[in-house]
Design a protein. Structure first.
Ligand SMILES: [Zn+2]
Length: 503
């Protein structure tokens, strides 16, 4: 629970006054602008120093030079934002961080690159799992997977030929408090649009959404999903709103070795360079799907501008996991915890592009999204969440340091990993086979050199810490399970995407 103390109130006052100054003077160079200074003061949590710095700044600016302004505290603290901003959260399935923006050797995301350059760009964000359901559940309620207890999602109680039948379903338990639930309690109108068969009512993902669309664009591309988003925005009855949209575009269409990524119509010639080897060619297919999505997003943001929805809007771009392209002899996702699977993009665009162009290199994770948004909005976080606010990472304050956790327990796997943002060491434990790996991410992002034998003491300490942590998290877990009927059609769709079966 966030507690508002004196420095919060002071920060509100400073930020509010700084905004007035920003707007009034239309400063072109925002570096060191009053609002940012105020934010830095806030993050320092040093009230007296803040007042001194602020007074110096205002006096130094001196209005038009004739009448130095002296700050006087307002009778009551204004909110950080005069009007609560709406929030657009776009999550993109299977989007690897290094296929986006500055890390890509192909121009697969020109629009997202532009957006990132005017936003806060977290270059080292990690997902909590290497497949959709646990990863997205963690993101939506800011808890690590062992507290949620969803390991396998839907699993058919059968072997062999695909056919409809009874399936065991792990639900997202109602006891968890989701981001849309909190926002709805604060007066936000909440809309969710899913295109993934994992993120459905059947598994409880609709929790907190007043409108939840899952049928219209299931497994469809960005065109369908964004048409639906436009329709919802035209009909939205009140502001502020929280709109979550999940895109399925970069996901493979058919599992296999290699899996297939069908080229969207009109994109056949893009990235089709001569002499691509097989793996490069598959990645070009993948990038074409990403580019298709990127182009649709550009049009969607134009629509937001036309409807004057872009001004007081926070935008989050995130992803549930990445994809493997034979780097470690595997295709697809869910089967390991490599960086190719866990390193995902995270872009946060604030109203008026505040702090635009900020790059955060510190390791962060998807469970930090919810507390960050709530911190920005001055909304108390629910008890029991494990993510932390990232606001100090761009305002220069003291950010809370804690280990980043990820896992996959898909299809009987039991792999867990810890990333230490301080040392950049990543520990991977296969709790079935007993295999232990440790990589120094600062110099070995491709995870080529397993340092487990030369860092045996650190591995043992990390393992002990991990097991204690898992046990504590499982002790707090809120779980719910049930059975459900899958139609033949549903079963076949899930099977073709690798979501059912014995792999
Ligand atoms: Zn996914």
């Amino acid at each position: 629970m966030m507690v508002r103390d004196g420095s919060d109130l002071l920060r509100d006052f400073l930020v509010s006054n700084a905004r007035t100054m920003d707007d009034g003077r239309q400063m072109k160079n925002r570096r060191g602008a009053p609002r940012e200074l105020a934010e830095r003061c806030f993050s320092s949590r040093s009230g007296a120093r803040c007042v001194a710095i602020w007074a110096l700044f205002v006096v130094g600016c001196g209005g038009d030079g004739s009448e130095p302004a002296v700050p006087t505290p307002p009778p009551a603290p204004p909110p950080a934002y005069a009007e609560p901003p709406s929030i657009l959260m776009l999550t993109i399935d299977t989007l690897r961080a290094d296929h986006l923006g500055v890390d890509s050797d192909r121009d697969s995301t020109p629009f997202l690159n532009e957006l990132a350059s005017r936003s806060i760009d977290f270059r080292r964000c990690f997902a909590q799992s290497s497949w959709t359901l646990p990863s997205m559940l963690s993101l939506i309620c800011a808890k690590n997977p062992p507290e949620i207890g969803v390991k396998d999602g839907i699993s058919l109680e059968r072997h062999g030929k695909v056919e409809g039948g009874t399936s065991k379903v792990e639900y997202f338990a109602e006891g968890h408090v989701t981001l849309p639930e909190v926002l709805q309690d604060q007066g936000y109108y909440t809309v969710g649009i899913s295109s993934s068969p994992h993120l459905t009512r059947r598994q409880g993902f609709h929790q907190g959404f007043q409108v939840f669309e899952e049928e219209s664009c299931m497994l469809s591309n960005a065109e369908c999903v964004l048409d639906l988003a436009r329709k919802e925005l035209r009909e939205i009855p009140s502001q502020p709103f929280f709109l979550w949209v999940h895109f399925f575009d970069p996901h493979f269409d058919q599992k296999g070795s290699p899996p297939t990524y069908a080229t969207p119509r009109g994109y056949e010639r893009l990235f089709s360079e001569p002499d691509l080897d097989m793996v490069e060619s598959v990645q070009a297919d993948y990038d074409r799907k990403i580019r298709f999505l990127d182009d649709r997003l550009r049009g969607f943001f134009r629509f937001l501008g036309d409807r004057e929805l872009r001004g007081n809007l926070i935008v989050v771009i995130a992803a549930d996991h990445g994809e493997e392209f034979l780097e470690k002899q595997r295709w697809g996702h869910a089967k390991a915890l490599t960086n190719t699977l866990l390193h995902v993009p995270l872009i946060l665009r604030l109203p008026d592009h505040a702090y635009g162009g900020t790059v955060v290199d510190r390791a962060v994770s998807n469970i930090d999204v919810m507390p960050t948004l709530l911190d920005l909005l001055d909304i108390p976080v629910p008890s029991g969440i494990e993510g932390v606010s990232l606001v100090p990472t761009w305002t220069g304050g003291d950010s809370e340091s804690r280990l980043i956790y990820s896992e996959t327990q898909r299809r009987g796997l039991n792999m867990r990993c810890l990333i230490d943002p301080e040392t950049n060491l990543k520990f991977v434990f296969d709790l079935h086979s007993g295999t232990k790996e440790v990589y120094d991410l600062a110099r070995d992002g491709l995870e080529l050199e397993n340092l487990a034998s030369e860092r045996a003491d650190e591995v043992a300490a990390a393992e002990e810490r991990l097991l204690r942590w898992i046990s504590a998290m499982e002790g707090r877990a809120i779980r719910q399970e049930g059975v459900s009927e899958l139609s033949e059609e549903e079963a076949q769709a899930l099977e073709s995407l690798g979501y059912l079966g014995d792999e």
